[in-house]
Design a binder for this molecule. Structure first.
Ligand code: 7RM
Length: 633
């Protein structure tokens, strides 16, 4: 097992070591895993191409490290706990032995259905144990999993399946979320009309609703499981073989497939999990994220299981059957570490303390947040009412691309400061740069957040398009990975993340590109052009504000609004629906035709005194008109 830091003093000395000799530092951590063959070179890198290889030549299978190596010492310990959407439904648990067995069986089902090492398999599934098992089953046979959050539309799903040419899709009849039953298989059926690469669909039964079966393509998991054995040797992988692809939004309209590899991701997720959450033997750990996002990959599945932890999966939503559900579940399962998103905290805070008061919450030792900046009010509420003022809050900053937590406190080992993520983890070398790329050395300064040295779980490429990886992350500043975030460093060197500096909006912790939403809106036949910006939203963090030009005058604004929302749901999914749509006659454009989103952002934010110089616009009068209509709303 990797090293667990036990004090702030020790953090400082480990950090110093990790910067002085990163290879030695990570080699030491990596040696604690099970490798079938040792690696040849600890690190080989340049940020120019970029090329990053950790532990290349080393042979392993990550599931042997998640499962097999624990069987001897903790085979009967619960590995995976599962809490259903419906509080009346019994929870489930799988010991390490049982999880190992189920993963092997699922892996054999995949093989039976034609899966091989290197294949891409798309998972479009609800938060059932089968989703966690399926992820590991892919890894067991060396297939690359691409989990698509099951709230995305058929079109969005089809794009992702096609980008990676997946040959198998894993799904379920339906998804249960609160009172809703969403027909997932129907979405898959629609998507697959445009996905020629898909040969098989394996369906897990979730809600027992009827589905249409395409003979020769669709099979039921429970039927397949009857036909396979529980023995499945793990495929031998190189440390730098891809483990998974996960699509994420950026500045352009097309989501990118972020690629992570086996060895480095394994080492870093385990190490960061144990240190950030200060997980101790016997603890029950719960991360409320969906496995469709990176947080679920790294801190529900891989990190905790690598560390031999008991990790919980929750199928439901925070407000069903009422806004006390999280706290009820914490008491029920005696949860010790609880990890959630600021948007959930704000939503529950708004529902009132009557939903918190009935619960003891006295097993909690560490609280965590992730996904977006946490505002002071939410931080204080979380601290006071959930932590009872007695336990640490770890505000963990990281990204799909970073694979693991980059800046965060390590449990109670060190100072805490509301709204500050804190210090970098060992091995992580953040810097602040000015827009020209000049290093900001002083403290008490704001700047662009970049990382100047590789860490094991960093992005290796964007699937099928390495140039895009280079352009997006390694071209803004020479020899640096650029995060797209702005940050502030205080007098003690602690970091506070301010938010995105690019065209990415963070709605309830979900990353959505403005261009993606614009592309979707523009699919509506009445729309001529649109511009999308983010604005502060009390619960969601940011909301989506769309300025839309339509063809000709519209008679019924409400109807057109509804139709645009339906278009966005269809093109991307409900999570990308704009809160606000304002119809405009023109958009503020530069003479070269670029939309000045900066001005629209100020309008949507209500900062009308800060519009700045509009004289360079092609037609400055459009700003006045937009502003006038904004104020009328
Ligand atoms: C893990 C995850 C990444 C973006 C990132 C930030 C924002 C994430 C925090 C945060 C402030 C945090 N991956 N972000 N964590 N901002 N404080 N603790 O969320 O790829 O989906 O999003 O999320 O802007 O760049 S992600």
């Amino acid at each position: 097992m990797t090293h667990q830091i036990d004090s702030f003093e020790e953090y400082k000395s480990e950090y110093a070591k990790s910067v002085k000799d990163p290879k030695k530092f990570w080699a030491k951590q990596a040696k604690t895993f099970h490798w079938r063959k040792p690696w040849k070179k600890t690190l080989d890198w340049n940020f120019k191409e970029p090329k990053v290889k950790w532990f290349a030549g080393g042979k392993l299978n990550i599931t042997e490290n998640c499962l097999d190596r624990h069987l001897k010492d903790r085979g009967d310990q619960v590995a995976l706990l599962w809490e259903a959407n419906d509080p009346k439904e019994a929870s489930k648990s799988y010991t390490y032995k049982e999880l190992h067995r189920e993963v092997c069986r699922f892996a054999n089902v995949l093989k039976r259905n034609g899966a091989k090492k290197g294949d891409r398999i798309c998972l479009y599934m609800p938060m059932l144990p089968e989703l966690g098992i399926a992820v590991l089953a892919c890894a067991r046979i060396g297939a690359i999993h691409s989990v698509v959050f099951a709230g995305f539309s058929a079109n969005a799903l089809a794009d992702r399946i096609n980008d990676a040419s997946c040959n198998i899709v894993l799904t379920s009849d339906a998804i249960r979320r609160g009172k809703k039953v969403i027909p997932a298989k129907l979405v898959v059926d629609e998507a697959l009309q445009n996905c020629p690469s898909v040969k098989k669909v394996i369906i897990t039964n979730c809600a027992g609703i009827e589905v249409s079966i395409t003979e020769g393509r669709d099979v039921w998991l429970f039927e397949e499981l009857k036909k396979v054995s529980a023995k499945c040797p793990a495929e031998e992988m190189d440390a730098e073989d891809p483990l998974f692809v996960l699509y994420t939004s950026g500045s352009t309209g097309k989501p990118k497939g972020v690629v992570h590899t086996c060895g480095g991701y394994m080492v870093y997720t385990e190490y960061s999990f144990k240190n950030v959450f200060q997980y101790k033997e016997g603890d029950i750990y719960w991360c409320t994220a969906d496995i469709g996002w990176i947080t679920g990959h790294s801190y529900i599945i891989y990190g905790p299981l690598l560390a031999g932890a008991t990790t919980m999966m929750f199928e439901g939503v925070p407000t069903y059957p009422d806004a006390g559900r999280f706290w009820k579940v914490v008491d029920k399962h005696k949860v010790n570490q609880f990890y959630t998103a600021p948007t959930a905290i704000r939503a529950l805070m708004a529902c009132g303390l009557q939903h918190v008061k009935p619960y003891k919450l006295n097993t909690l030792k560490v609280l965590g947040t992730v996904g977006e900046p946490i505002n002071e009010e939410a931080w204080n509420w979380y601290d006071e009412h959930i932590g009872k003022g007695k336990i640490p809050i770890v505000d963990t900053w990281w990204q799909t691309e970073t694979g693991g937590i980059m800046i965060s406190a390590l449990g109670d080992k060190g100072p805490r400061k509301a709204t500050y993520a804190g210090y970098p983890l060992p091995g992580i070398q953040p810097v602040l740069l000015d827009p020209k790329g000049k290093l900001i050395k002083e403290n008490e300064k704001e700047g662009l957040l970049a990382i100047r040295f590789p860490w094991p779980s960093m992005i290796r490429t964007t699937y099928g398009d390495h140039k895009r990886c280079k352009n997006t992350y390694f071209s803004a500043f020479k020899n640096h990975y650029f995060t797209g975030d702005g940050a502030r460093r205080d007098k003690d060197g602690m970091y506070r993340i301010i938010g995105r500096v690019d065209d990415v909006i963070n709605v309830s912790g979900h990353r959505i590109g403005t261009a993606e939403v614009e592309n979707a809106i523009n699919q509506n036949p009445v729309v001529v052009e649109s511009a999308v910006v983010g604005y502060p939203h009390a619960i969601k963090g940011q909301g989506i504000y769309a300025f839309v030009i339509t063809a000709g005058k519209i008679k019924n604004e409400e109807e057109v609004r509804k139709s645009i929302l339906a278009t966005v749901s269809k093109e991307i999914g409900k999570i990308a629906k704009p809160e606000q749509i304002q119809f405009v006659a023109g958009l503020p454009k530069t003479r070269s035709g670029k939309i000045m989103r900066r001005i629209l952002r100020k309008i949507a934010e209500g900062r009308h005194d800060q519009l700045g110089d509009v004289s360079t616009l092609l037609d400055p009068s459009v700003v006045e008109k937009i502003l006038k209509d904004f104020l009328k709303k």
